[in-house]
Design a binder for this molecule. Structure first.
Ligand SMILES: Cc1ncc(COP(=O)(O)O)c(C=O)c1O
Length: 438
């Protein structure tokens, strides 16, 4: 019998734990059980749960400026801009637009790219290239742009036309697993797709620099991003990087694109911006993009709750804490340690194809056969069962994949995680994988 929970949200009923409170890297159920949050929720929590300092700032901002229309300035909006400029955004990406979440931010970035070209007198450039595997959000446009079949189910016939090229997936590169020419293969694929569509029709490439939970921390070959940046420049496309999952230190650099020598024209963030203390996202565009749109008299329309004062206060304080406690460096260091533990646990495992990722965004890909990379049938729901087993043992991991890509289990804890937690996470994940694949 399906368990009745008191809140059914979303409206499809499913069993879900009832969390009473959260502190540090632990969630506590109403029954008093502690759950080690190895995924920071949906890869969101970075400074850990329950910091009174952030709650205090949110309370002050709510009392001082409960709601003010998004384009006006308030002290907490000012504080957020100062924090972003002091420690996070490069000089070239300081046209800031604050939203209430990741999907809204990606959607705004896509609209800006189209407006930019229209403002320059090239309204024909209205296509956005995106990639499969990817996830960019839950609005109609961002669902269309996502290379994520499972999240399109029942919507396929109603979504916008898609223009999707393959995401680098070194393990499953058609040339062979981790083939030395894998980077070239995906770069040429993109170039050919642009040429066949006609660059004059394309506004931008939208991509995650390291693919999040949809692909399970897919890191492209090292020659990929510099070449892609060059291709965008060659054909006049803007490069929009979606760092909703990877931004603000998750991969051990402030932004994941900084693992390579590139800069986007528009950068998008979400989750880690306020580490779960508030719903907020951000779009950071270059001066050229911002001023071109502005000079043409076009609006970058806000959502009513965009740049909400309480959310800006939370984000500013979270960013300050991350800088003070050097949490990005910690994410890099602890990520290396966790990856080593995971390699020790899974490198010889008959049902784990590989351990991958950067910083504290790691994943395993579970397969029926490690040699052939054959997957389990989708209806076996292997990754869901692994996540369920581990939860029963007191550790929460985040299941990933797209339906076509499976069976992914992601790890993305808060950056304050300690050595014993890293060991527990690895041990419990191994036990759960063993039990489900036995
Ligand atoms: C890379 C990426 N882009 C966009 C989104 C959508 O963000 P949100 O769920 O805050 O709307 C997500 C959410 O998981 C994401 O991982």
């Amino acid at each position: 019998m399906e368990q009745q929970t008191r809140v059914n949200w979303p409206f499809l009923r499913r069993e879900s734990p009832e969390i009473q409170r959260a502190e540090g890297v632990y969630l506590y159920t109403s029954g008093g059980k502690a759950i080690l949050d190895a995924a920071g929720g949906a890869i969101v929590s970075n400074i850990g749960h329950g910091r009174a300092r952030v709650a205090q700032r949110v309370a002050e901002a709510t009392a001082d400026c409960t709601y003010v229309v998004p384009p006006w300035t308030t002290p907490s909006r000012q504080a957020l801009v100062e924090a972003l400029e002091a420690n996070w955004l490069p000089e070239g990406l300081r046209r800031i637009h604050i939203t209430s979440g990741g999907s809204e931010a990606v959607e705004a970035a896509v609209k800006m790219a189209i407006q930019y070209h229209a403002a320059r007198g090239e309204p024909g450039r209205r296509q956005i290239i995106s990639r499969s595997v990817s996830y960019h959000g839950t609005t109609m446009a961002t669902t269309s742009l996502s290379g994520h079949p499972a999240r399109k189910r029942g919507l396929e016939h109603a979504l916008c036309a898609e223009f999707i090229v393959p995401t680098p997936y070194p393990l499953r590169c058609p040339l062979g697993s981790h083939h030395p020419d894998a980077g070239r293969f995906y770069i040429e694929n993109l170039r050919n797709a642009i040429l066949s569509e006609g660059p004059e029709n394309i506004a931008a490439l939208l991509a995650e620099p390291i693919t999040g939970s949809s692909g399970g921390a897919l890191v492209p070959p090292d020659d990929y991003w510099v070449a892609v940046r060059d291709i965008c420049d060659e054909f006049g496309l803007l490069l929009i990087l979606d760092e909703v999952m990877t931004g603000f230190g998750r991969t051990g650099k402030p932004f994941a694109y900084q693992h390579w020598d590139i800069e986007p024209d528009i950068l998008v963030s979400g989750k880690g911006l306020a580490g779960g203390y508030a719903p907020i996202g951000g779009v950071y565009a270059s001066e050229t993009v911002g001023s071109t749109i502005q000079k043409a008299g076009m609006n970058v329309m806000f959502h009513t709750f965009g740049a909400h004062p309480a959310a800006c206060a939370a984000a500013a304080e979270v960013l300050n804490i991350m800088a003070e406690e050097q949490l990005v460096e910690q994410a890099a260091r602890k990520g290396q340690r966790l990856k080593r533990l995971m390699h020790e646990a899974f490198d010889q495992h008959p049902h784990v194809a590989e351990v991958r990722g950067r910083g504290l965004l790691l994943a395993i890909e579970v397969v029926k056969n490690r040699e052939t990379l054959e997957t389990y049938p989708e209806q076996h729901a292997v990754s869901d069962r692994i996540v369920g087993k581990a939860l029963g043992k007191g550790v929460f991991f985040y299941g990933g994949g797209t339906g076509d890509v499976r069976d992914i289990v992601c790890i993305g804890p808060a950056f304050i995680i300690e050595e014993p937690h890293l060991q527990t996470m690895t041990e419990i994940l191994l036990e759960a994988v063993n039990e489900v694949t036995a």
